[in-house]
Design a protein around this ligand. Structure first.
Ligand code: SF4
Ligand code: FES
Length: 349
């Protein structure tokens, strides 16, 4: 379960996939409501909670939330930008039962990283936080959203992960939702950039297999192969938003007519098994052609529903990232247009 505690965030990354606009604290679930959600999640069979955002450290009640999840037997993972993670704050989270931390990095170069985050000295605070996490004995994942401005630094990012003694490095090509979709022309890397990065990752995986796990999330816009988004709709993951909406994926709220359920009105089990939203694209019966008769439909689940909606207006369409989609020309045009777009570092809308 992804627990998005708040959409508030001190950073301004242009690849942000959270909903666009200002987000107030007043609509967020209370600690008591979150604790009930964790209890229902555990009863439903959830094993891991990713405390995310926005920036989850902006919730001062975070230690109590982690402690409750820990008491229930949930694996507690913190997904943070690392701003405001002092040794004292981290000690409190560790004492509460925190199991793992993921820090996002914008780049290996401090000046470029700060420019991408839209704020000064961000990178240095992230490095400090990463060192504190290792000193506290917690497993550390570094996550880097790759785009045109940083993908050429893949080798430096791997070196940085080694210096920080990270256990895992996630190099994830940007997913184009929210601000990222608006900024796509400035963010999308070229085919040559992707090829160079993938070669470096493969070489590093071969040579560093016992020191660093490297996860690479490829771009699905360049090669006609859709991503198996969320491992299938309503299959193994759920997202609870700051206001208690429950979604099959973090971007699903934009799909029209989804009738989004909320933990204030229904239990998680009811939502998971019976809500119209979670059943809308579950399995394969909803698929149109060419997915319906495609031998790959159990593997990629027809791609991404949110991307299908964003690009075609129809969330039930075959993902245009697929080369077999009748709308695949839309993706080819996006890629071509991005190649001639100027190199700028955009900010969150
Ligand atoms: Fe996947 Fe559908 Fe494309 Fe087949 S046609 S590869 S199931 S998205
Ligand atoms: Fe929503 Fe892919 S991001 S289904």
């Amino acid at each position: 379960m992804l627990a998005e505690l708040t959409y508030r965030c001190p950073l301004r990354c242009g690849y942000c996939s959270n909903p666009i606009g200002r987000h107030s604290r007043s609509s967020e679930l209370t600690a008591q409501q979150w604790c009930r959600v964790f209890e229902e999640a555990r009863a439903l069979g959830v094993l891991q909670v990713h405390f995310s955002g926005g920036e989850p450290l902006l919730r001062r009640d975070l230690p109590g939330l982690i402690a409750h999840a820990h008491r229930l037997g949930l694996y507690a993972s913190l997904i943070t930008g690392g701003q405001g993670l002092s040794a004292e704050r981290l000690a409190g989270l560790v004492a509460s039962g925190l199991d793992h931390v993921q820090i996002s990095l914008q780049d290996a170069d401090a000046a470029i990283a700060d420019a991408i985050a839209g704020r000064a000295a961000v990178h240095q605070r992230k490095l400090t936080a990463a060192r504190l996490i290792k000193e506290a004995g917690l497993p550390l994942t570094l996550n880097v959203v790759l785009h045109r401005a940083n993908i050429d630094h893949t080798g430096d990012l791997i070196d940085l992960a080694l210096r920080l003694r990270a256990d895992r490095l996630e190099l994830a090509n940007a997913q184009y939702y929210g601000s990222a979709l608006l900024n796509l022309p400035a963010l999308l890397p070229s085919r040559a950039q992707l090829d160079a990065a993938e070669t470096l990752v493969q070489e590093a995986r071969n040579s560093l297999a016992h020191r660093l796990e490297i996860v690479y999330v490829r771009s699905d816009l360049h090669d006609g192969v859709p991503k198996p988004c969320m491992h299938g709709w309503g299959s193994r993951q759920l997202t609870v938003t700051p206001s208690g909406d429950v979604l099959p994926c973090p971007a699903a709220a934009r799909i029209p007519g989804l009738d989004v359920p909320n933990v204030r009105q229904a239990s998680l089990a009811d939502i998971w098994f019976h809500s119209a939203a979670f059943n809308r694209f579950r399995g394969t019966a909803w698929m149109p052609e060419p997915c319906r008769s495609c031998p790959l439909k159990e593997d990629d689940h027809g791609g991404c529903r949110c991307q299908a909606f964003q690009l075609t207006g129809d969330p039930a369409a075959t993902d245009p990232a697929c080369g077999l989609s009748p709308h695949h020309a839309l993706v080819r045009t996006l890629v071509q247009d991005a190649e001639s777009a100027p190199d700028t570092i955009p900010y969150r809308a």
